[in-house]
Design a protein around this ligand. Sequence first.
Ligand code: 6PG
Length: 482
Amino acid sequence: MTHPRANIGVVGLAVMGSNLARNLASREGNTVAIFNRSVEKTETLVAEHPEAGFIATRSYEEFAAALQKPRTAIIMVQAGRGTDAVIDALTEVFEPGDIIVDGGNALFTDTIRREKAVRETGINFVGAGISGGEEGALNGPSIMPGGSAEAWQTLGPILRSIAAVAEGEPCVTHVGTDGAGHFVKMIHNGIEYADMQLIAEAYDLLRRVGGIEPAEIAEIFAEWNRGELESYLIEITAEVLRQVDATTGKPLVDVILDQAGAKGTGAWTVQSALDLGVPVSGIAEAVFARSLSSKPAQRAAARDLPAGAEEWSVSDPEAFVEDVRRALYASKIIAYSQGFDAIVAGAEQYGWEIKKGEIAKIWRAGCIIRAQFLNRITEAYAADAELVALVTAPYFADAVAGALPSWRRIVAGAALGGIPTPTFASSLSYYDGLRADRLPAALVQGQRDFFGAHTYQRVDREGTFHTLWSGDRSEISAVDAH
Ligand code: 6PG
């Protein structure tokens, strides 16, 4: 090895890693060193893409020697124990001031732990969420890096060079320190789960209630994609519904087993939100809907249970389709509103300064949840940085208000018709809960005080109270009671 030539390295050359390495190599000013545990993958990538000018390395020592200082390496391996092994190997050959980036879907608490451990060696560790799948990695993903401001100095220009571009701005920003980037990527995935489930529920209603065939539903989604619902997920839904199975000639969606998989980031979002006390009910229902779908034994056992449903006959097909569209849009607003609530709570809990408007901006292109209405989210936070709930911002409040009659008709109709709409229904319920003048939480407090002397506050007086439920049941101050 003569003098080091690469300004960036990639470790892990499965599809995401290879594509990211090719993306990096295609940008002016980048020279990319690559390393993979099995050398065959490295050789194949070099052979298939001579134009990339990769510097192929066969050991971590060679990899480190190929990189200019501060050395910067992006790890693209399956999240989990493999990530720790690569980090350990890199810290052996890197020096203080160098930068290790984990571009996998790591759990943010792992990233916090790893950042702390690596920092002790003087090396920077950055957990970066990367969204956009294989295509995004190659042509421009949305990138959510955490880590130190120092690391961002070096990393920023490199990541900006490969990120997707929305209205002239690269879809990457320094999200916050340590695990902030992976936390925000996790929430992105949670919203992704909700968005996908909402679209699936809309499809189900159009098919089962509207009696519309997949190819025609594809056209409806394509039409929706020209309006306020414009988004990558709506666009690809039309593509999926258009697809015909080559062997049977049936719509592909009819021959795909109806059991949804999950790699875990949706569940992490819900687990984290439970810990933070943030009701991400839309996201949770989306995660649970996948779980329910993947219980074949239970579903087989329950198949003959009665529906007790009423016939839902659609008298005006066009109005029905429009009702579904509006219900979808309103529910989607709730999913994003809940997702941003989780970001706010996470930022507070972990001491991150996350700019919500910036997050919406970097989600406008490259990522799976890219959507036209993210501009509206940025505008909402620009108008009011302290906005307590996205759904209360004027644009979103108006959008939901306009959708309400449709939303209620759809959720009520689905309940009467025996069609599961867990995400539509829970989103509406959340909305009604949030706007309620009084909630039955007062009764829950009474119950808690009854069986556990858990105390309660009153609407008319300061203090903490406990009622002596046996005896004369007179109310006394909890302070006096203890
Ligand atoms: C992305 C995706 C990506 C991955 C999902 C799939 O932003 O590019 O979110 O990270 O495709 O994690 O998740 P499930 O397998 O759990 O659906």
